[in-house]
Design a protein around this ligand. Sequence first.
Ligand code: PMM
Length: 295
Amino acid sequence: MRHPDGLPPPLSDLDRTLVMGILNVTPDSFSDGGRWSDPERAIARGLSLWEQGADVVDVGGESTRPGADRIPVLAELDRVIPVVVGLVAAGVPVSIDTMRAEVAAACVEAGACLVNDVSGGAADPEMGPCMAEMTVPYVVMHWRGPSKIMSQLTSYDDVVADVSDELMTRVDALAGQGVDPGRLILDPGLGFAKESQHNWQLLGRLDVLQGLGFPLLIGASRKRFLGDLLAGPAGPRSLEGRDAAGDAISALAASVGVWAVRVHEVAATRDAVAVAQAWGRSWGPSLGMAREEDR
Ligand code: PMM
């Protein structure tokens, strides 16, 4: 497994797909909004994700659900800092899910070991210069605009080629601002300015995204395209009812060597990753894998 530069041990010693547990400290995220908005409960939830096997807990203070409004920076800081501090004090590896340089810098100062930016540096002109000063890995997600308007930004000629090109444009811009490309992780941003079929097309061509030469993070957990896939007569499948489909995606993503998966339910995801690892150690031509001795 190729890890991004700047990833601390013991994470950098792992030879498998990492599991990033989601902790949204927001009143309104689509998947878990309101459940962990009190810092004590949020810290307890983060510890529980870690005990279940999360390699890193991703703390986010601003909802990115379709149509969401931005919140003031102070409100975001108030939400995330106590939780980052509490989890770091307990020894939990923490990543900070933010589009703001000020929040990223404060959380890294508080001990976060990774910055996860759904805008890939496009939402805040200070993010590139800020990341150039840091040594932690940085997730650059494919993003076309704020959540408020992203459902109007879903026009692609060829979604795999377009997302690849747009991600590389961000990589070049960040490198131009002094960010070390060795620290970057790319993410196609499933569900962000994408309709269901776009997410499936991207998942079907992870080889193309991996060909860009960066570790890849995939966040499919509980997203609407899974609800659409599993829809019944009553409509899209409920959020919790999407977890088994998410586990299947985690197994398939791990089998092709994706660096990390970002999920709500950690224990089952760790099992899915273990299955993919065991499968990959034997002959698996149906998944396009080579035997270890043939690699
Ligand atoms: N999705 C959400 C939030 N942050 N970060 C990355 N890198 N990739 C994602 O796909 C992603 C993200 C929205 O989902 P949530 O509300 O369940 O956190």
